[in-house]
Design a binder for this molecule. Structure first.
Ligand SMILES: [Zn+2]
Ligand SMILES: [Zn+2]
Length: 242
C-alpha cells in the first residue's frame, strides 16, 4: 500500500491533475481537489426507510415514500451516499462516459465513507454483487465502474464478490431511457451464470447511481427467485431523481 501511495505521489509530480470543478492544480491522483470534494452533498435523514429516497421537507414522521407503499420492493433496504447532482454528477459522467478510471480511486473512498455512516449491516454481509455492464460498454469503457467499487469494498470489509451476474445482449443503457421505458427495458435483463453458495443469507448489491431503482429491483427479484430467505441490501454511491 505504501509503495502504491509513493508511486501515486511520484505520478502526481510528473503529471499534475487539475480539478475539473475549480481548475486548481491538485496532488490527488484524480482530477478533483479536496476543497471541491468537501462540497459534495451527502444524503441525510429524513429519507424513505425502505428505498432511501430523500424526503426533505416531509418531516421525520414519514416512514415510507409513496412508491414503496404502492409496490413494496423485494429488497430489505436501499441506501445511497450522495446526491447525484453538481460536481459529483460531472465527475461520475467523466468516470463512466469519459472512461477516466483514475476517478475509481475517489469513488471508492466516497463509497466506503458513506457505507460506514449508513445503517447497512456491513459486518453481516456474506456476498457482494455488482451491477454488470454489457460487453460492448466494457470494451468501450475498458472497466466496469461498479466492479471497481465492489472490489475495494470486498477488500476493505473481507466480503467475497459474486462475478456471475451477467447482462443479456441487446439491453439498452438505462441512462438513455424514460422512467416507463426503464422498467420495460430491464425486465429479464440479467441472469446468473453460476450458483452462489447455499450459506449465503445477506447480499449487498452495489451500484453507482440509483435513479428509479429499476435495475437493482430487477436484480433483487432475480436473486430472490434463485434462493429462499435471502436478505438483500442495496448501496449506491449516489441518488438521482427522474
Ligand atoms: Zn476544485
Ligand atoms: Zn421508498
Amino acid at each position: 500500500m505504501r509503495e502504491h501511495n509513493l508511486f501515486n505521489q511520484f505520478l502526481s509530480i510528473l503529471y499534475p491533475n487539475f480539478c475539473i470543478v475549480c481548475g486548481e492544480k491538485t496532488d490527488n491522483p484524480y482530477p478533483l481537489c479536496n476543497e471541491c470534494i468537501g462540497k459534495i452533498h451527502e444524503i441525510k435523514f429524513p429519507y424513505c426507510k425502505k428505498c432511501g429516497k430523500p424526503l426533505e421537507g416531509w418531516g421525520s414522521d414519514i416512514d415510507l415514500c409513496g412508491e414503496c407503499i404502492r409496490i413494496p420492493p423485494s429488497f430489505k433496504i436501499a441506501r445511497s451516499g450522495y446526491k447525484y447532482e453538481g460536481m459529483l454528477k460531472d465527475a461520475i459522467h467523466r468516470w463512466k462516459y469519459g472512461g477516466d478510471r483514475s476517478l475509481s480511486i475517489l469513488m471508492k473512498k466516497l463509497m466506503v465513507r458513506a457505507l460506514l455512516k449508513s445503517d447497512i449491516p456491513i459486518s453481516h454481509i456474506d456476498l457482494l454483487v455488482y451491477v454488470p455492464i454489457s460487453r460492448r460498454t466494457l470494451k468501450k469503457r475498458g472497466f466496469n465502474q461498479t466492479k471497481d467499487m465492489a472490489l475495494s469494498i470486498g477488500k476493505r470489509f473481507s466480503i467475497p464478490i459474486y462475478n456471475g451476474l451477467k447482462k443479456k445482449k441487446g439491453i439498452m443503457d438505462q441512462a438513455l431511457l424514460s422512467r416507463e421505458d426503464r422498467i420495460r427495458n430491464i425486465r429479464g435483463a440479467f441472469y446468473l451464470s453460476y450458483d452462489f453458495s447455499e450459506d449465503v443469507k445477506n447480499i449487498l448489491i452495489i451500484d453507482d447511481v440509483y435513479t428509479t431503482g429499476a435495475t437493482v429491483k430487477e436484480i433483487a427479484k432475480l436473486l430472490n427467485n434463485t434462493a429462499n430467505n435471502l436478505d438483500i441490501y442495496i448501496f449506491t454511491l449516489s441518488r438521482g431523481v427522474l
